[in-house]
Design a protein around this ligand. Structure first.
Ligand SMILES: *[C@@H]1O[C@H](CO)[C@@H](O)[C@H](O)[C@H]1NC(C)=O
Ligand SMILES: *[C@@H]1O[C@H](CO)[C@@H](O)[C@H](O)[C@H]1NC(C)=O
Length: 148
C-alpha cells in the first residue's frame, strides 16, 4: 500500500517537474506588468527574446552547466552567482532560493533578472542574448500581444 502510494506520488512529482511553458503573449503581459519594458534601457522585445533563447519560454527549466552549477527558470539564472540551491557554493546575490525562481508567478525570476541586468554588462551577462538577440530587429517578439 505504502509502496503504491509512493510510486503514484513519485509520478505526480515527475509530471509537475515537466516543463511548464508560458505562451509568448502571456509572458509579455507579465513582464509589462512588472515594468520590465524599458528597464535599464531594454525593451520588452529584448526580454522576450532573452527568455526564448535561454529557456524556450519554459518556466521550470533547470540545466547543469560546465562548472557543476545550475541554471534556473525562464531566464536560466545561475546558482553559482545569483540564487542558492544548497548544492554548491553560491554567492546568492539575489538572496533567493533557486527553487523560487521556478515559481509560475515569475516574480522571483523577474526581480533577480532586474538585479542582474542592473549590473555591469547589462543583458550581455546572458551569452545567448548577446549571440542571438543583441542588435537584431526584435519587435516581432511582441506582435499581436495585448498588453492591457
Ligand atoms: C519549445 O517549446 C515548444 C512549445 O512548448 C515546443 O513545442 C518545442 O518543441 C520547444 N522547442 C525546443 C527546441 O525545445
Ligand atoms: C545546458 O548548459 C550547457 C552549459 O552551459 C549548455 O552547453 C547546454 O546547451 C545547455 N542545455 C540546454 C538544453 O540548454
Amino acid at each position: 500500500m505504502a509502496r503504491v502510494l509512493l510510486i503514484s506520488l513519485a509520478s505526480c512529482l515527475l509530471i509537475v517537474n515537466q516543463a511548464s511553458s508560458i505562451r509568448r503573449c502571456d509572458l509579455a503581459r507579465v513582464l509589462h506588468e512588472e515594468h520590465l519594458d524599458g528597464f535599464e534601457g531594454y525593451s520588452l522585445s529584448d526580454w522576450l527574446c532573452l527568455a526564448f533563447v535561454e529557456s524556450n519560454f519554459s518556466i521550470s527549466k533547470v540545466n547543469e552547466t560546465a562548472d557543476g552549477s545550475f541554471d534556473y527558470g525562464i531566464f536560466q539564472i545561475n546558482s553559482h552567482y545569483w540564487c542558492n540551491d544548497y548544492q554548491s557554493h553560491s554567492e546568492n546575490f539575489c538572496h533567493v532560493d533557486c527553487e523560487d525562481i521556478l515559481n509560475p508567478n515569475l516574480l522571483s525570476a523577474i526581480s533577480c533578472a532586474k538585479m542582474i541586468v542592473s549590473g555591469s554588462g547589462g543583458m550581455k551577462n546572458w551569452i545567448e542574448w548577446r549571440l542571438h538577440c543583441a542588435g537584431q530587429p526584435l519587435s516581432y517578439w511582441k506582435t499581436r500581444c495585448r498588453l492591457g
